[in-house]
Design a protein around this ligand. Structure first.
Ligand code: P6P
Length: 340
């Protein structure tokens, strides 16, 4: 008999029992992200056909030219989250500061905060390369009934209650964790339904793929240069294969399935790295660890880092556990570089 493929909606209901103390709000939150992902997917998939490509005349807090789809995706996810009246605040790569969201009675009783990169890899939009959405969910730490505060967003990654990404690629997938493993759902665009296609995703312990922008080699710290030479040396299962799409979500997704490591280190051009701790490194680190992988800044576990500002950057080494361990060993030979 043909195996029944469970839908994301059915999966969320089935897994609701994992949160005996939750009144279903986290499930509603994931459902709102599911809806937004479908709406953004529709636009991303036809971006080449309508005048939604190219840059707006605005620049985001990162100083990056905002692509029209960036701004569009930000709006779609914001609205989906606000409409469900579950979150009390949202922080986005596209906005300088977090936004406060009132509850249904204009109160401050909503329990969750969401941090997101609404369209990561947006520089690839105009060249038809995969892009993605990344999200991270926490329970607020300030008292319910009071306005959300910055401290609600500056929590360690280890405090996340859920994290996930959408990859708008050859197929569109929603991959997320709520602390009980990682599951991947593929969208059937014909009927707008996500189906469980990748249950219990796990990194192979070892891999032979390394993902890094080697164009920055001369700017890298010595530990990264030494690790790259290790990857390229003819010995055992090496040299490894270099694969770099330039879209974190896509490189991460491939490495989680095939095994591999993604590295965006500090450099003389990016003294604190490029990726943002709160809405890129932390959610991807949570997914990586739930998939039996690892994520560090070269020296310490990403999810142990105490954030100090919304848009702070951090060096990022993420992937198969043994590969991250080996990279950390090379970085550990230069302890001074731990103080970026
Ligand atoms: P570079 C996209 O802008 C991004 O944040 C990640 O998705 C990607 O891995 C990285 O930057 C690419 O950066 O400097 O190699 O172009």
């Amino acid at each position: 008999m043909k195996e029944k493929h469970i839908t994301l909606g059915e999966f969320i209901i089935d897994k609701q029992t994992d949160f005996q103390y939750s009144s279903g709000e986290l499930s509603k939150l994931i459902n709102s992200i599911r809806l937004a992902a479908k709406v953004v997917n529709y636009e991303v998939n036809k971006a080449g056909l309508v005048d939604i490509l190219g840059a707006t005349n605005t620049v985001n807090v990162q100083g990056e030219q905002q692509q029209k789809l960036d701004a569009y995706a930000n709006e779609v996810f914001m609205q989906a989250l606000i409409n469900r009246e579950i979150v009390c605040g949202i922080a986005s790569e596209e906005d300088d500061n977090y936004i406060t969201i009132k509850g249904k009675n204009n109160d401050n009783n909503n329990k969750y905060v969401v941090l997101m990169d609404p369209l990561d890899g947006s520089s690839n939009i105009d060249v038809n390369v995969s892009v993605g959405t990344i999200f991270s969910i926490y329970r607020r730490v300030t008292p319910t009934g009071t306005p959300v505060q910055e401290i609600d967003f500056l929590q360690k990654g280890s405090q996340q209650v859920a994290a996930g990404y959408v990859v708008y690629g050859t197929s569109t997938m929603l991959v997320y964790t709520t602390g009980y493993g990682v599951n991947g759902f593929t969208l059937n665009p014909a009927i707008g339904t996500f189906y469980l296609s990748h249950p219990n995703m796990q990194y192979p312990k070892d891999g032979v793929i390394y993902s890094i922008n080697e164009g920055n080699y001369v700017h890298f710290p010595q530990g990264v240069k030494d690790y790259l030479k290790y990857c390229q040396k003819e010995e055992g299962d090496r040299p490894y294969t270099s694969r770099y799409i330039g879209s974190l979500v896509s490189d991460f997704h491939r490495n989680m399935i095939k095994g591999g490591i993604y590295i965006y280190p500090t450099s003389t051009k990016a003294p604190k790295g490029k990726l943002r701790l709160l809405y890129e490194a932390n959610p991807m680190a949570y997914i990586a660890e739930q998939a039996k992988g690892a994520a560090s800044d070269g020296y310490r576990r990403i999810m142990d880092i105490q954030p100090t500002s919304l848009h702070q950057r951090v060096p990022f080494f993420c992937g198969s556990k043994n590969m991250v361990k080996k990279a950390n060993e090379f970085m550990g030979q230069y302890p001074d570089d731990a103080n970026y």
